[in-house]
Design a protein around this ligand. Structure first.
Ligand code: FMN
Length: 360
């Protein structure tokens, strides 16, 4: 990324990757906060995050758990109804919903989104998921399309959404393998186009995101590795004369000493739910991959979030580095959201403000 572009960038936005599903964020039986997924807990967290100056809340959408002792994510709150309630109990923070494209007609999502935007002075955003778990979709009798076709469908879905949120494009007509729209109309429309995010990791996902989305949510094995992914998305978006913002979802674990933090991480991994981890990886790779124990342990600890582990100073340094490498936002996950959010506000947030990368 060119230096001029980098200096023109905004500050690092803070977000919470919310625990609207059971057992988040670790695929482990270690110190599970059993009521963390409930609406009451989510509302408390949302209000507290807003009071602390966070900009975004982001949920997970799941229809089925991953089995094993934890049945990881098996109990979950649906994310459009969840967002409706939270948008009305907050005033400033932006809140996303997540939808699986093959499970919703775009007219339905356009209407839900326009309603949520209307209810919230345009603070609502959408994460589109193309689908990846045959166990989840199979339960509903819905087939997973071949990988590149999934993203063709998601692109068509977004184009229809954008048209239904823009009166100048109506009556809207669209013909593709996936949808037929004939003189489509929708009202009300949001006052501004809702932000659309995609969190796919593949080349298909990246090129679709670069062309049509506002946000790319990046899965990265390390902070150091994020720079090349940010660059790749930026250069693909530039071809379309677009800028796509990027977010990562770090799993923050810090203690007074590095060894204490590492011991806590090791305790989470020691109690990993191997059955659920294997089911997750099997679904994600359609059974094609075999994974080493290191990868499984990384996944078990954080549910796929990048590990940021050490002292508070180490965490601050890593987040500053992520911003330096071009990341626009961090959707934080914690082992214990309620306590750790307060610890974050005390131990880490002030240092990010002092470093002039997070707004005071
Ligand atoms: C930050 C983040 C959030 C995601 N949220 C969801 C989700 O809520 N529900 C879901 O089924 N998949 C979710 N995914 C999965 C992705 O959308 C994507 O389908 C998956 O990583 C496979 O990538 P691919 O589709 O590019 O192969 C998420 C991924 C990431 C990195």
């Amino acid at each position: 990324m060119a230096e001029a572009h980098r200096t023109a960038r905004r500050m690092l936005s803070l977000g919470l990757f919310m625990p609207n599903c059971s057992n988040m964020p670790s695929i482990s039986t270690h110190e599970v906060v059993s009521d963390q997924w409930t609406y009451a807990e989510n509302e408390l967290l949302a209000q507290r995050a807003e009071a602390l100056g966070f900009d975004y809340l982001f949920p997970v959408s799941r229809w089925r758990g991953f089995g094993g002792e934890t049945n990881f994510l098996g109990t979950s709150l649906e994310t459009t109804t969840w967002a409706a309630a939270l948008l009305r109990t907050t005033e400033r923070i932006n809140i996303f919903s997540t939808v699986h494209v093959p499970l919703f007609h775009p007219f339905v999502v356009a209407k839900m989104g326009a309603t949520l935007a209307h209810m919230s002075s345009d603070r609502w955003g959408l994460n589109v998921v193309s689908g990846w778990s045959a166990r989840e979709f199979g339960m509903m009798g819905v087939e997973l399309a071949e990988h590149s076709r999934r993203y063709e469908r998601t692109a068509a879905f977004i184009e229809i959404l954008r048209g239904l949120w823009d009166s100048t494009q109506q009556p809207l007509n669209h013909h593709s393998d996936w949808y037929r729209v004939i003189d489509g109309e929708a009202s009300p429309i949001p006052q501004r186009q809702p932000q659309i995010a995609n969190a796919g990791t593949s080349a298909d996902a990246q090129s679709m995101t670069a062309r049509l989305c506002d946000w790319a949510f990046i899965s990265t094995p390390s902070i150091a590795a994020v720079g090349s992914i940010v660059e790749s998305i930026a250069s693909q978006a530039a071809v379309h004369h677009r800028r796509v913002r990027t977010a990562i979802f770090p799993f923050l674990l810090w203690a007074d000493s590095r060894s204490e933090a590492e011991d806590r991480l090791a305790a989470i991994i020691a109690s990993k739910d191997s059955v659920a981890v294997d089911n997750w990886l099997h679904d994600l790779t359609a059974g094609s991959g075999s994974f080493d124990d290191f990868t499984k342990d990384m996944l078990a600890a954080s549910g796929g979030g990048v590990h940021v582990v050490g002292t508070a100073a180490d965490v601050v340094e890593q987040l500053i580095e992520a911003h330096r490498l071009g990341v626009d936002a961090v959707m934080l996950t914690f082992p214990q959201y309620r306590d750790d959010l307060e610890r974050f506000a005390r131990d880490i947030q002030p240092a990010l403000v002092d470093a002039n990368i997070v707004a005071p």
